[in-house]
Design a protein around this ligand. Sequence first.
Ligand code: AMP
Length: 228
Amino acid sequence: MAATVPPDHVVIFGRPGSGKSSLAERLGADFGYTLVRTGEMLRDAVRKGDHLGKRVENHLARGDLVPDRLILELLEANFRGPGMTHLLFDGFPRTMGQVPLLDQFERHYGFAIGCYLEIAVSRAEAVARMTGRRVCPRCGATYHLISKPPEVAETCDRDGTRLERRPDDTTEVVEFRQQVYDDHALPILHHYEQAEPALCRKVNGNQPFPLVYNESRRALGVPDEAPN
Ligand code: AMP
């Protein structure tokens, strides 16, 4: 019989535009995970204009990776380890240099990743999805012109702010970010497939979100969501 609870701690991988953030949000809501999202933490630092935000702003706008030492600084400032019983990492580790950082956090805070989940999407599909993405500059909510439109065109459902394109969602930057993923994430996936084959799962992300969600649940060892 399938388990009814997923692993305590999970890492999600997926190229930009794979839908991994929407998936992380659903899994967080349904299974009580605390999301550890370095991209969101970085954008937050930029919005606040703090010391770290000023140093990472240009990297984010270019779609380039933030140096590992700044990611360590970011996580040390934001990671509240004890008390965080269910962690879901979205966007970290992003380079081979960050793999030992995750090991370090696991040892230091006494948790163990139980699944490395990859949402596999073709590069062409990811590019098409990203150019339709819109975000709320105030609260960070994400929408998509086709797959997740707001109730009122170009307006945030939560706070009525006019939606924007993320500065790193322009066609040129989108292509660059895909290349960054190919260069950095593929070696990480290969590493975990070698080191932890029993914990690696791959889900087909080239399908509508409800199907990706159910396939992900199965990959995490829990049954499909009951139909309404
Ligand atoms: P995301 O929201 O995960 O797509 O991340 C947005 C941007 O934040 C990326 O294009 C990178 O510039 C930066 N970023 C997020 N997470 C990391 C990380 N773990 N290492 C380096 N850069 C990161």
